[in-house]
Design a protein around this ligand. Sequence first.
Ligand SMILES: NC(=O)c1ccc[n+]([C@@H]2O[C@H](COP(=O)([O-])OP(=O)(O)OC[C@H]3O[C@@H](n4cnc5c(N)ncnc54)[C@H](OP(=O)(O)O)[C@@H]3O)[C@@H](O)[C@H]2O)c1
Length: 357
Amino acid sequence: MSKDVPRFAVIGTGSMAAAMMPTFDLANVRVTAVVSSNLERGRKFADAFGIPTAASDLGPLLSGGDFDAVYIANASAEHANTAIAALEAGKAVLCEKPLGLSATEAERVAEVAQRTGNLCMEGLWIPFLPAYRRFIELARSKEYGAPTQLTASFGYAASEEIRPRTFAPAAGGVLRDRAIYLATLALDVFGPVKSVSSSLDFTAYGVDRHACVQLSHQNGGHSQLSSSFISLLSNNATLACARGWIALEEPLIGGEIVSTRRALITWPLPQEPTYQMTLEQKIRRGLRRRPLLRRIKGAIPKERREYLTYGGDKYLPQLRHFLALLSTNAKESEIIPLERSLSIQRVLDQARSKTDL
Ligand SMILES: NC(=O)c1ccc[n+]([C@@H]2O[C@H](COP(=O)([O-])OP(=O)(O)OC[C@H]3O[C@@H](n4cnc5c(N)ncnc54)[C@H](OP(=O)(O)O)[C@@H]3O)[C@@H](O)[C@H]2O)c1
């Protein structure tokens, strides 16, 4: 980084670019330029956020711009080419998810990042949040026994009339817009994937809008991931383990509550039937016969809940991480390395192609 205050160019003028502007302020980043495919929209964005330069042509800006890094938040179909142009121009890249619309596109970005030696990170942001990190820590610690199955969903209905850009092919469909986070979580929990199967629902233009994806991992774990543009899903994640479960509560994406539940202690069943009831059997029979007792039992909280806040801005932990990498001239993030981005892309490619007929 050439000066003390990091300087960025923002590429794109949509909801996400606007959402990041307060985050840049909080991190003391100076945004010196904004690039839009539509210069008028770029100027409006620049006026709204006090950015000195608006441009519609990325090339000249990259060769002469007064910034160290670019934050790419244009349409997903543009990410790979934008990232490659910025890396070739010697800029560091924080690229919104997805890094590309296919593994091949993402591989091209990774190859240029490696060749040029410039920092490049996909903005998947959720692995930086404390609740997500606690969920992974609990899964890896095996405190609740060996994890066997992850069930996770991310979805709510969007209107194709009101928000057509969400359903446009350029946005990448629900797999690359939403399931990408679930694949990130699944890989963090269980590691590499052995096989992928999926069942998808498409718009009239062939854009995936609802996806049920099943992953079998090399370590024997299973992940069932659902994402949707057309229905409200439960938006949480539960990891089933041998001696209990671990959950990341709603909203899974940007969540702050981790809950856990231990399996009740179970007494071994006798080998032969006994005609004398044990105390446990008597308690169970009592519960089966008395609705009031069942109701009282149902009201007793069984979960342990931990509240782990990200503070005032959910994107700030990721941006701080990226700035730390930038200030130390790091080439990659150890939390979201490029190889991780590529693995996620390969899973999404397979999910897109291996659908039930
Ligand atoms: N990290 C997150 O939580 C998160 C959340 C949402 C989205 N994203 C990612 O961020 C990227 C951008 O998403 P988004 O929600 O910002 O999408 P969006 O609002 O549809 O904007 C995407 C791009 O569309 C172009 N655009 C075309 N017509 C526009 C108009 N009338 N108003 C504003 N922009 C218009 C803009 O680029 P030009 O100005 O260059 O034309 C804009 O940057 C996507 O890749 C998405 O995957 C990330």
